[in-house]
Write a protein that binds this ligand. Structure first.
Ligand SMILES: C[S@@+](CC[C@H](N)C(=O)[O-])C[C@H]1O[C@@H](n2cnc3c(N)ncnc32)[C@H](O)[C@@H]1O
Length: 188
């Protein structure tokens, strides 16, 4: 729990020496966070989630499994990215199956916007990556367009199975309904 939510954290408050930090925005029920933490004991993980029930559930499971390299912050994703996390502190930032806000009048609630991309750019280390997945083709096209307009990221290939990347709860749900996911992998 940060001592103060109204100032940016110092790297020393968040990072452990020699251990890259990965952040999962909107971690939900935490399957991805848990599997990543178990697979990469030499890295640290921070899930960000606004729903208290989900945060409690994930924390309980992480402590039961003894995964001390993963933590969860109960906070709003955009605020966390823009105002709380230290600059150049994150090695990979994951945004997986976020709410697509399909109605036109709700598009402004979508996380991927110019200001958010700037915040992601600022918090990534040089060479750090932003990974995004969605089942929603129109949100994917929106994200591609916003990323192209932003213009700073290098887009990398992302073949299924190219590296360890567990499926999230929502990915499994969408796939069980026959939906396909699309992914963007961007490097700073
Ligand atoms: C559709 S679910 C996806 C969960 C998980 N990433 C997955 O793929 O299984 C979206 C999650 O993000 C959380 N969420 C949505 N908007 C958020 C925000 N602005 N800040 C923090 N959490 C948010 C929701 O409570 C929910 O748990």
């Amino acid at each position: 729990m940060p001592e103060n939510y109204f100032r940016r954290l110092e790297k020393s408050e968040l990072l452990r020496a020699g251990r890259p930090l990965e952040v999962d925005l909107g971690c939900g029920d935490g399957r991805f966070l848990q599997e990543m933490a178990a697979h990469y004991p030499e890295r640290d993980f921070l899930g960000v989630e606004r729903l208290l029930g989900r945060v409690r559930k994930v924390c309980k499971r992480l402590s039961k499994l003894g995964l001390e390299n993963a933590r969860v912050l109960r906070l709003e994703s955009r605020y966390t990215a823009e105002w709380l996390l230290p600059r150049e502190s994150v090695s990979r930032l994951h945004l997986l199956c976020p709410d697509p806000w399909p109605k036109l009048r709700h598009h402004r609630r979508r996380l991927i916007q110019k200001e958010f991309l700037q915040a992601v750019w600022d918090l990534l280390e040089p060479g750090g990556e932003f990974l995004f997945k969605t089942d929603h083709p129109e949100y994917f096209a929106w994200a591609e367009e916003k990323v192209a307009d932003f213009g700073k990221f290098e887009r990398l290939e992302w073949q299924e199975g190219a590296f360890f990347y567990p499926k999230t709860d929502f990915q499994l749900l969408w796939e069980s309904q026959g939906k396909a996911l699309q992914g963007l992998r961007l490097r700073k």
